[in-house]
Write a protein that binds this ligand. Structure first.
Ligand code: GDD
Ligand code: MN
Length: 356
């Protein structure tokens, strides 16, 4: 029994390490940015973002991207705090950028709102989605992201957490490293709402309204169909981390990622070869690998003193930050899989964050 416990534990911790080694060894396709300036639609979905919308609009407005090649679409889903009015007020004072405020009569979720925006686009060739409470790292972020669309179909950002603890930072460091490595091999299946840019043709099918991580699922679909969805090394977003409701927030996001990978799983075989391994590995890491941990712990506990000693060592190792972050991530994924059974959180209550 102790052998089985150690085998499961080795598999659990070895799988991500092997995956990283694989990504390092796999042949690379360079990301090739070019100075292109297609017409861009920047889409901001909002539900009760009165606190954030003006700063977000300023963030977009102050970008170095040519203003006459950019339109801003705010899609508001019946906010009750005057978000749409605040956006309109802001727009009235900025005549040198085109702003369209779309109002949905009822709240039907972020993905539904994004699809409403897609239905109202003019002749833009690129669609960039950005959350109202997020900030781009510098004023060249949009220009850089679009540049990578010269040779890719979708581009997202790396994330700098703001206001999170050391655990959050350790988690993000590894997350960013993976996103980059996957992007260099082919595509990354994990996209971020802070900045998700798509060539318009690539997103013509719209965003899925029944999986929470609309952006990640869109990226996966694009890569399965032969396109490329990447996070380049120099496109960064700042992610505000909620001070209250942190666990709820992590849980919801884990739920959404699980929905995404569960939906993608049957399509792994159809993915082009270099991406197939990435998608299979990420689906495995999100859906199956976490469960090996409690299985190994239970078997170790049941196998007497040597097993218990091993378990105690595993618990003591929690003092080590990256390991603690890893274990916390596994717990979120397992709790999320269970919670998905009764509540998919497709329309969620916001966890308030300090302005980034
Ligand atoms: N129009 C509209 N309608 N917008 C919405 C709705 C809705 O029903 N629900 C949320 N939004 C907007 C928010 O106003 C915000 O601009 C953005 O969608 C993200 O929502 P947050 O509440 O800030 O969630 P988060 O920061 O945890 O979001 C992250 O995880 C989500 C998946 O769990 C981001 O990565 C999101 O893009 C992602 O969808
Ligand atoms: Mn947010």
């Amino acid at each position: 029994m102790l052998e089985l416990a150690t085998t499961l534990a080795a598999l659990h911790f070895g799988a991500p390490a092997l995956y990283l080694l694989y990504l390092r060894a796999a042949p690379k396709k360079p990301l090739q940015p070019a100075a292109i300036y297609p017409k861009v639609a920047v889409v901001v979905p909002t539900y009760n973002e009165a606190r954030n919308i003006e700063a977000k609009l300023e963030d977009i407005y102050s970008q170095s991207y040519p203003r006459d090649r950019m339109s801003i679409y705010v899609v508001d889903s019946a906010s009750t705090d005057g978000t749409a009015e605040a956006a309109e007020r802001w727009a009235a004072g900025r005549k040198d950028v085109r702003v369209v405020v779309l109002r949905e009569p009822e709240r039907r979720g972020k993905a539904h709102a994004l699809n409403t925006a897609l239905a109202h686009l003019a002749d833009e060739e690129v669609v960039v989605v950005t959350d109202a409470d997020s900030r781009w790292l510098d004023r060249d972020t949009l220009r850089k992201a679009v540049a990578y669309l010269a040779a890719a179909d979708a581009v997202s950002c790396l994330k700098k957490p703001a206001g999170g603890g050391p655990t959050e930072e350790a988690y993000r460091t590894w997350y960013n490293r993976l996103r980059l490595a996957e992007s260099l091999v082919h595509s990354t299946p994990v996209f971020h709402g802070e900045l998700a840019a798509f060539r318009r043709e690539a997103i013509a099918g719209g965003f899925p309204e029944d999986v929470g991580a609309d952006d990640s699922y869109a990226a996966i679909r694009i890569a399965i169909e032969g396109g490329r969805a990447v996070t380049p090394p120099d496109v960064w977003c700042i992610e505000a981390v909620p001070q209250r409701g942190y666990a709820r927030w992590r849980l919801r996001r884990a739920q959404h990622l699980i929905q995404t990978f569960a939906r993608a799983l049957p399509k792994v075989a159809k993915a082009p070869p270099p991406y197939r391994a990435i998608l299979a590995a990420e689906a495995y890491l999100h859906l199956f690998n976490p469960w090996l941990l409690p299985a190994a712990a239970a078997l170790a506990a049941a196998s007497g003193p040597p097993g218990l000693a091993l378990l105690a060592a595993g618990a003591a190792a929690l003092l080590y930050k990256p390991y603690r972050a890893w274990v916390a991530g596994q717990i979120y994924l397992m709790a999320a899989a269970l919670r998905n059974i009764w509540n998919k959180e497709l329309i969620w209550q916001k966890q308030e964050k300090p302005p980034p």
